[in-house]
Design a protein around this ligand. Sequence first.
Ligand SMILES: Cc1cc2nc3c(=O)[nH]c(=O)nc-3n(C[C@H](O)[C@H](O)[C@H](O)COP(=O)(O)O)c2cc1C
Length: 185
Amino acid sequence: MNPQNLLDLMTKRRSVRKYADTTVEKEKLLDLLEAARWAPSAGNKQPLEIIVVDDNDTKNLLVEAALGQKFIADAPYVLVICANVERTSSRYGERGSSLYCLQDTAASIQNILLLTTAHGLSSCWIGAFDEQKVKDVCSIPDFVRPIALIPVAYPASLEEKRAPPRRELKEITFGNAYGKVFMEP
Ligand SMILES: Cc1cc2nc3c(=O)[nH]c(=O)nc-3n(C[C@H](O)[C@H](O)[C@H](O)COP(=O)(O)O)c2cc1C
């Protein structure tokens, strides 16, 4: 793997909110789920669990739970990315439930998003939703927390979206201590 290709993929990934009216191949979907499984995991406790939603009524209920973000229902699949909090807290207590299990699932989400881009698919990390409503819609038990909704679809347009700006490297990196210059401007 050429490192530059991987970096290009990372910079090419965009949050896409307009989807084509096309199905997504099962093999591609399975690839994304496989990618999620291989993210790092604190103590390898693997709290990640995923509900694959392809039922239209359920998708519409997820739209309601996600404060009316209608585009979610336009995707053939919506992945409800969950953390089985108990798996991590059983070993790491409070730090496991409030930090590690979220970090684990976030790493899996990024894996999914990158492979989505590589497959020519599109997606968007949805974090704005009423957690209890998502739990009710998908019958998620108490010890599991829905972390994100990930619509998986083909994009409506093949035109590359303009990247929202990023903070400059020199603004976000420090040398040895917070606030100390690492990169000269
Ligand atoms: C934790 C998290 C929650 C997000 N929630 C939403 C959301 O609810 N709805 C949405 O349209 N985009 C959401 N986004 C996507 C961001 O708006 C997007 O990543 C950001 O604007 C940068 O654009 P890019 O992903 O194209 O680089 C979320 C992203 C993250 C990481």
